[in-house]
Structures are given as C-alpha cells and as structure tokens.
Design a protein around this ligand. Sequence first.
Ligand code: SF4
Length: 376
Amino acid sequence: MEPTPDCESFVFPHPLGCTREQFVAAAAKLPRAIRPTPHNALLAYRALFREGVIPSFAPFEVHPVVRESRETLEDREGHGPIETVKFVLRHDDGLETESVIIPMIRGDRVTTTLCVSSQIGCAMGCTFCETAQMGLMKSLTAEQIVMQWWVSTYRVGVRPKNIVFMGMGEPTDNLDAVLAAVEIFASHDGGHVPATNITISTVGNPLGIARIGELVDRHGFHKLNLAVSLNAPNDSVRNQIMPVNRAWNMAILRDAIVAFPKYGRGAMCIEYVLIPGVNDAPEHCDEVCAYLKGIRCSLNVIPYNPRRNSPWPAPTEESVLAFMARAIEQGQFTKRRGTKGRSQMAACGQLGNEEIRKRKFVGLAIEGTAARSAEA
Ligand code: SF4
C-alpha cells in the first residue's frame, strides 16, 4: 500500500467502525511522524479488539456507562445465580443506547449473549414494545453499535459469546451500519464472534431480508442467523400490533423468508410474542402453524413482557404452555424464550429509555423504509 503524503488535516475514522483493511489503510494516511507500519497498524487493530487497548495514533472517547442495573436469578437447573446486566451508554449529543447482557444456559454451561441496539428509539411503532414509545431518535453508526460490544467486554467486564440485534431499533432500517458492524464483530482480528453466534432480528422488511441474504451468501457468513418477529396469526391481527404489516403483509413476508439463503441444517427463528387476548387463542396457533408449514424454522414463543402503561398483562403460564403444546402437536418445532431481566425493564420489547423519552425532541428526520412502513 502506497502511503499518501503527510496530511495534518487527515481525520482518522473511528477505529471501532473500521474493518481491519480500513484501519490499516487509514493508518497509512497519518502524518509521517506518527504513522505506524502496516504490520504495526494491524497489531494495534488486534490489540484494540483483543485487549481493549486504544491505539495511541487513533485515540477516541469511550461512551461512558451512565447507568447499569443488574438482576440476579437463581437458575432452576443448578447453575447457581445467573445475572442479567443492562447498561446505558451516553453519546456526545446526550442520547443514550441501551444494551443487555443475558445469561444463556447451554447444557451444563452458562454463556452470555449481548443484545445490542441498532437505533435509539424506533420508528416501527409495534404496540407491545416499550421502545416504540420513544419514536425514532437516531440511527446508530457502525462504531456506536460496536462500542456496545467493546464496553461490555472492557468496561462492564463481560465478553459476550453471542450477539443479537434485538435491542432498541429495527436493524433493517439502519442496515448499512448493522452489516458493517456484523463484519467487524465476525472478523478474526475484530470481535472474533463467529457469524453463527450472531443474530439479526427484523420485523420483516423484505428488502432488508434480501440484503441480509446477500451477506449470508458470502464466505464466512453462511451461518449468520436471521430472526423474524411474526407475532401474529394473520394480517388482521398483525396490522393492529405491527404497523409494518400494512406496508408488507404476511404473504410478502413469507416469500422473503422462503427466498432467504439456507446453508447447513440451521433453522430460522420465528419470534412470537404471546399477548393475552390478542394472539394467544388456539385457532391463532393453528394459523401460525399453517403459515409456517414447509419453512425450516423454530417458533420461539416469548411471553409478553408488559411495557409501561401496557393495556395487556403478561400471559399466564398455562396459556404459554397450551400454545406451545398445540404448536408441537402440529409438528412445529417450538421453543420458549425465557424472560430474563423483567424487573429491570431489560427483557424483550422492554428497552426504552424513559429519561430520554421525557425530553422533547422536535424536528427529528425520520428516513427510510421504517418511516414509510410505520406511517403506512
Ligand atoms: S419490537 Fe422492535 S421493531 Fe417493533 S417497535 Fe420495538 S424495537 Fe421497533
């Protein structure tokens, strides 16, 4: 690589938003006095991700953890106490991201999953979701997404084994940044989290699903996981609780799911937040199973976590078990997603920053497909 002439005005891109190649290329443009060799630039990139060492030639401010809450649960299967950690990072503009570290039981081991936000707030307006109450405030850059992993690893002290894009925001509404972050997470010299341990969750934007599919077709990303939030048995119910369905209905969503590339034996996750009186009737279960017939997928039933001022309670244990049993009877592979962090508002659909929500943000530009779908 040919170094460019010294340029005092060169601004180094944020190291956490760089791939290895971008980082080394940027280092080559630094003024001669501080320019590392390409080899030393590569070592610096590795040290940033493997040891948390901020490069001296490309320093950056770490978003401070302004709030952290922990909930300890006694695991019934004898793994001892397990802890869910929610942490809030403050950006220069005062806005805050929320991320959650969730313990996951895998056989006789406890691993950790980091749930990252891709936006602050969300434009999609799902009625069961705490984040939707905020509206969309900002889409995060790749480095702001990766920063959540870096802070979890080097400030909170938990290096997550898995990463799921299930925090605040709709990933397909900020896909350039999300896919860039996925590449950095999955890189051997970056986060070193294999694609098989990364999941992107979407409400079902078919254009976004197709773009994620393009990444999955690339070598090294075949096992990247897609999760689709279905949450309804038919268009009538889905239109009520997920405005996105008015832009792309369930038939269009199904086509996108069927067209998503498949490698190996992995099954797509279909998420189903079970809401009492809305989507939990036996006939709803039958409709969901019919809809999923022929799709290799796992139906993940998530008992609804009441958001603040929720019109619905959490489902009863009996109704969750009955719904699951009926789906299994029909041959649908079905799992239950545990609800961890409910008391800390850190469970699924509960991320949403009341502190920020109380402030009045005006004139926020809402761009892209999410805005169109939410308004449709
Ligand atoms: S469920 Fe997801 S897509 Fe829907 S409003 Fe909440 S964060 Fe946005």
